[in-house]
Design a protein around this ligand. Structure first.
Ligand SMILES: NC(=O)c1ccc[n+]([C@@H]2O[C@H](COP(=O)([O-])OP(=O)(O)OC[C@H]3O[C@@H](n4cnc5c(N)ncnc54)[C@H](O)[C@@H]3O)[C@@H](O)[C@H]2O)c1
Length: 312
């Protein structure tokens, strides 16, 4: 069995606990969170495994193959650095870090120590997103004319994600929390992107995260990518990614629902049928020295370059 430790047992930590537990080759052997009740409940739910309030103690005492780091962004750098220094393989939550310097350093540290350095970007395991990519590759839309990312949130933070950081400028905001998923996907499918112009707005309280962004970026061949993000608005939440081409349009509505149409037609729901792997399956392969398809810290760093350009 491959032995896994989890540092950070909040919203996403709990989600991945389920995925690790369901995998036949993975075993969670230790967990860590300074919140005592959360730690104890998680330890009990996992059958009385080792629990630590201090991740340094976990790294000292637990025998592990992989550490999954699921703490808020500003803590990624120190914790992941310490894991790498202990020669542990790491799965890190997105964004890789909370600044470009930190992200670059983590990538370099991981490379130098030769550990597996994976990122959790879940859109890579979505059938809708994979089918979108395969339609693009098949040339369904002809030549690409424009990409557009729309992120509209009636309320940010969203009702289900109330914590002390995701609505704050220091390490939160929808550009960081939601936008970075799409930056990674865009770089994977369409190659490098560069920031041309951005207009970002903040509420009066300067400690809160952005409430609007309009940005223009370019692919290497000059094709524009337009980002339209706004929060605290009337209406429904909308996260849509669209590719406009000379022969048609493809769109992912609500993150992963694929729609498409040829010129002169309406968009219609397309069948999503491209097979995908799972993060945990790919991690298991990597840990067994098999070829694995995992976004890594280099991808995390590349996404951070664009993210920091957008938010700073
Ligand atoms: N990949 C995804 O789809 C996805 C979705 C949501 C969040 N995230 C990312 O996951 C990370 C965590 O987000 P969340 O929504 O679960 O946050 P959260 O606030 O719900 O949970 C974070 C947990 O980390 C714990 N923590 C803080 N400092 C710690 C430390 N030093 N040692 C151990 N535990 C510590 C907190 O007590 C808390 O329980 C963030 O980087 C976020 O951007 C990713």
């Amino acid at each position: 069995m491959l032995k896994v430790a989890i540092i950070g047992l909040g919203a996403i930590g709990q989600r991945l606990i389920k995925n690790f537990t369901e995998h036949p080759e993975m075993e969670i052997v230790a967990v860590c969170d300074p919140l005592e009740e959360l730690l104890n409940d998680t330890v009990q739910a996992l059958g009385g495994i080792q629990g630590f309030a201090d991740y340094k103690e976990l790294l000292e005492k637990a025998e592990i193959d992989l550490v999954y780091v699921a703490v808020p962004p500003k803590f990624h750098f120190q914790i992941v650095s310490d894991c790498i220094a202990k020669q542990k393989h790491v799965l890190c939550e997105k964004p890789l870090a909370n600044s470009l310097e930190e992200a670059e350093s983590l990538y370099k540290q991981a490379k130098e120590k030769g550990v597996i350095h994976a990122m959790n970007f879940p859109l890579n395991y979505s059938v809708g997103n994979a089918t979108f990519a395969s339609y693009i590759k098949k040339g369904y839309i002809g030549n690409l004319r424009r990409l557009e990312l729309k992120m509209h949130f009636p309320q940010w933070p969203r009702a289900w994600q109330q914590n002390d950081w995701v609505g704050r400028r220091e390490q939160g905001g929808f550009v960081l929390e939601v936008g970075v998923h799409w930056i990674q996907q865009i770089q994977k499918i369409f190659g490098p992107v560069q920031l041309v112009h951005r207009n970002i707005s903040f509420p009066e309280d300067a400690s809160l995260s952005e409430n609007g962004i309009l940005a223009v970026l370019e692919l290497a061949d000059g094709t524009p990518l337009f980002i339209d993000g706004i929060s605290q608005i009337a209406g429904k939440e909308e996260v849509t990614f669209t590719a406009y081409g000379t022969e048609g349009t493809l769109a992912l509505h609500n993150w992963s629902d694929l729609y498409g149409g040829k010129l002169d037609n309406d968009l219609e729901k397309l069948e999503e049928n491209t097979p995908v792997s799972s993060l945990i399956d790919e991690l298991a392969k990597a840990l067994q020295n098999k070829d694995a398809d995992l976004p890594d810290f280099y991808d995390g760093y590349q996404a951070q370059v664009v993210l920091e350009g957008l938010r700073n």
